[in-house]
Design a protein around this ligand. Structure first.
Ligand code: GLP
Length: 231
């Protein structure tokens, strides 16, 4: 296990470090970027938007998308990415799973094929309170490719804050699989706030188990973790 753990208490400093890491990736020749959504990423994207960074010759691939939500819905992940990053910092090409596809399983297979054709140089990751990465919920085999998932009640509750009511939170999503995530050459995980302590502690000090999906990262040899938590 090779985790480069960086504990930075000051949020502004933590996110500036995140931007530096991404700039360093670009300077080292990275062209394919795996991106993430979630509240944790907002300050990072804000800083990227106000930086001089230029992704116009790069490609991006998002981790996941809700199934059954219109792309135009403000909480679809495509809307999130357009609003918070792509409008200001466009990539040459950006891909997300299509949550409106008539056959979600087929769409998951298309996305996995695409991911296998390129090799992600870099993957940005947040973490769910229950240790999920992307939308790989506890119990997901580490070998799973991009697939359709049923969201757990706790994940829907956690994401309900972005919707008018819990009933509006989709019940399914398409997510990159854990094996798809692990193929990225470098992974940057950002975990901020006490709610992420348990999951992060499992990654740093726990046994590898499918009950806490983030522990799959213990098998990767190039992980950077940025956190404000003393672990
Ligand atoms: C969602 C996303 C994950 C994200 C997680 C944490 O479930 N699918 O990619 O890491 O939320 O979100 P937040 O950063 O808002 O805590």
């Amino acid at each position: 296990m090779s985790i480069n753990l960086q504990v930075i208490k000051d949020h502004d400093e933590l996110y500036s470090r995140g931007v530096e890491i991404i700039q360093h990736q670009l300077a080292s020749g990275a062209t394919t970027f795996g991106l993430a959504t979630g509240g944790t990423m907002l300050p990072l994207y804000e800083k990227l938007v106000s930086s001089t960074i230029d992704f116009s010759s790069c490609q991006s691939f998002n981790l996941d998308e809700y199934v059954g939500l219109k792309a135009s819905h403000p909480e679809s992940y495509i809307s999130f990415m357009n609003k918070n990053l792509f409008e200001a910092k466009p990539f040459a090409h950006s891909e997300l799973p299509n949550g409106e596809a008539s056959d979600a399983q087929q769409e998951a297979e298309r996305y996995e094929t695409l991911l296998k054709q390129i090799n992600l140089d870099f993957q940005l990751l947040g973490i769910g309170e229950n240790g999920h990465i992307g939308f790989n919920e506890p119990g997901t085999p580490f070998e799973a490719p991009t697939h359709v998932v049923s969201l757990t009640e706790s994940t829907r509750q956690a994401n309900a804050r972005f919707f008018d009511s819990i009933d509006e939170v989709p019940k399914e999503a398409i997510t990159m699989g854990i094996s798809s995530i692990l193929r990225a050459s470098t992974i940057l995980l950002i975990a901020v706030g006490e709610k992420k302590r348990q999951a992060l502690t499992a990654l740093i000090h726990g046994e590898q188990t499918i009950d806490v999906p983030v522990t799959a990262l213990q098998s990767h040899d190039n992980i950077i973790v940025l956190t404000d938590l003393d672990i």
